[in-house]
Design a binder for this molecule. Structure first.
Ligand code: PLP
Length: 385
C-alpha cells in the first residue's frame, strides 16, 4: 500500500531519491580535504542560486538561525531599524530586532497586502539615519510575494542595509542579489532546495560585510566573522551537518541542471493552476492580487460551513495529502497549499483533486472536478490568461 504523504505544505518538502541517496552514506570527517572540496563546490553552486559573487555562509540550523544571524551581525544596540511586516515571519524579524536592542520601527500591513515601496521611501526620507530595512521576499504565513526588486531600488538610495528573509523565496521566485543591490539574504534547506530541515544560508554584500567588524552586538554560534574566516579555508567554524551538505551538493546539481529560470516558470504555473482551480470552485484567495501571490504557497479561505480540522483529517487520512493550516489567529480560517520542492505537474493535479474531495466531504458542495479541469487547462496551455 502506498501510504507516503504527498507534502503540499510550504516546507519541509518532498525529497528526490537522488538526494536521499546522496545523504545516506557513511559519516565523513569534516576537517578533511575531501570535505573541504565539497564545501568549495557547494559554495560555487550556491552563489549561482543567490546570483551573487559574494560570500554565502552555510549554517547548521533551521532558517530562523539565518534570520538571527542577519540581525545579530549587522545591528548595534540602539540602531534605528525598519521591519516590514506582512505576516508571522515579519513579526519574527521584529522580535529579533527587539532582542538585539534595535530602535525598532515597523510598518504593518493588513492580511493579504504586500509591502508598498512608497511606504519604505517615505520612512527612509524622514529617517535617513536608519541602519537596516528587514523584509520577507515570500511571507509564508500570509502567502504574500513582496516585490524585493522595487524595494531594493528604494533602499539603495540610502545608507541602510536591505536584509531579506528569502527562506521560502529563494529558488522559487526571481532573486538577483548583486544586480538588485540586496545586502543580506537568509535562506534555508527545507524549501526549494528539496532537503530536510537543518541547513541555513546567509549571503552578505560588500557593504554589509564592512559592518561585520564594527558590529558590537554579542554573538557566538551565529558569528559571521567566524564563518567568513573559516569559509576562506573552505570549512565551517563548528561541525557542520555533513550529510545535509552532501545532499545539498546533489540538490544544487539538480537545480542548476533543470535551470533556475525554468523553475521560476514552473512555480508560476503551479501557482496559477491552484489559484484558478480554487477560484473556479468558488473559494476566496487570501491574496487577491495575482502579482503579489506567493509562488511557493497559495493561501485560501476555508469556506463557510467547513471545519478546518475535519477537512485536514479527511485530506490526510483518506487521501494522504498534507496541506498547511493558518497560523495563530488565522488557524481554522485559511489553508495553505505549498508548491515547492520535488513536485511534478500530476502531483499538483492530484493534490487539487484530493482537496476538492475533502472539501466536498466536509460539507462544501460544488460540482466536483471543476477545479481539476481549470488546472488541467492551464497545464495544457488552454487556461485563462
Ligand atoms: C519566510 C520564512 N522565514 C523564516 C522561516 C523560519 O525557518 P525555520 O522554520 O526553518 O526556522 C520560515 C519557515 O517556514 C519561513 O517560511
Amino acid at each position: 500500500m502506498k501510504t507516503e504523504k504527498l507534502l503540499l505544505i510550504p516546507g519541509p518538502t518532498m525529497i528526490p531519491e537522488k538526494i536521499l541517496n546522496a545523504m545516506n552514506t557513511q559519516a565523513v570527517g569534516h576537517r578533511t580535504e575531501y570535505f573541504e572540496n565539497i564545501i568549495k563546490e557547494v559554495t560555487i553552486k550556491l552563489k549561482k542560486v543567490f546570483r551573487t559573487e559574494r560570500d554565502v555562509y552555510i549554517l547548521t540550523s533551521s532558517g530562523s538561525g539565518a534570520m538571527e544571524a542577519s540581525v545579530a551581525n549587522f545591528i548595534n544596540e540602539g540602531d534605528k531599524t525598519l521591519v516590514l511586516v506582512n505576516g508571522k515571519f515579519g513579526e519574527r524579524f521584529a522580535s529579533l530586532n527587539k532582542v538585539y536592542g534595535a530602535d525598532l520601527n515597523e510598518i504593518i500591513y493588513p492580511l493579504g497586502v504586500p509591502v508598498n515601496p512608497d511606504d519604505v521611501e517615505s520612512f527612509l526620507e524622514k529617517n535617513p539615519e536608519t541602519k537596516a530595512v528587514f523584509m520577507q521576499q515570500n511571507e509564508t504565513s500570509s502567502t504574500i510575494l513582496n516585490n524585493v526588486k522595487a524595494i531594493a531600488a528604494v533602499v539603495k538610495k540610502y545608507d541602510a542595509l536591505l536584509i531579506v528573509d528569502s527562506v521560502s523565496g529563494l529558488g522559487v521566485t526571481e532573486m538577483k542579489m548583486d544586480e538588485w543591490g540586496i545586502d543580506v539574504i537568509a535562506a534555508g534547506s527545507q524549501k526549494a532546495f528539496m532537503l530536510p530541515p537543518g541547513l541555513a544560508f546567509v549571503a552578505v554584500s560588500e557593504k554589509a560585510e564592512k559592518k561585520l567588524s564594527s558590529c558590537g552586538n554579542k554573538r557566538y554560534y551565529f558569528c559571521l566573522k567566524a564563518a567568513k574566516k573559516n569559509l576562506e579555508k573552505s570549512t565551517t567554524p563548528y561541525t557542520p551537518a555533513t550529510s545535509l551538505i552532501r545532499g545539498l551538493d546533489t540538490s544544487l546539481d539538480m537545480i542548476l541542471e533543470y535551470g533556475i529560470e525554468k523553475n521560476y516558470e514552473k512555480q508560476e504555473k503551479y501557482t496559477k493552476m491552484l489559484r484558478e482551480a480554487f477560484k473556479t470552485i468558488g473559494l476566496s484567495m487570501v491574496v487577491e492580487n495575482d502579482q503579489a501571490a506567493s509562488r511557493a504557497v497559495t493561501g485560501v479561505y476555508v469556506p463557510e460551513g467547513v471545519k478546518w480540522s475535519e477537512f485536514e483529517r479527511i485530506l490526510s487520512e483518506k487521501y494522504n495529502v498534507l496541506v498547511a493550516g493558518g497560523q495563530d489567529e488565522l488557524k481554522g480560517k485559511i489553508f495553505r497549499v505549498g508548491t515547492i520542492g520535488y513536485l511534478g505537474d500530476l502531483d499538483i493535479l492530484s493534490g487539487i483533486a484530493a482537496i476538492e474531495m475533502a472539501l466536498f466531504e466536509s460539507g462544501y458542495i460544488f460540482e466536483l472536478g471543476n477545479g481539476v479541469s481549470a488546472a488541467q487547462k492551464i497545464l495544457i496551455g488552454r487556461g485563462k490568461n
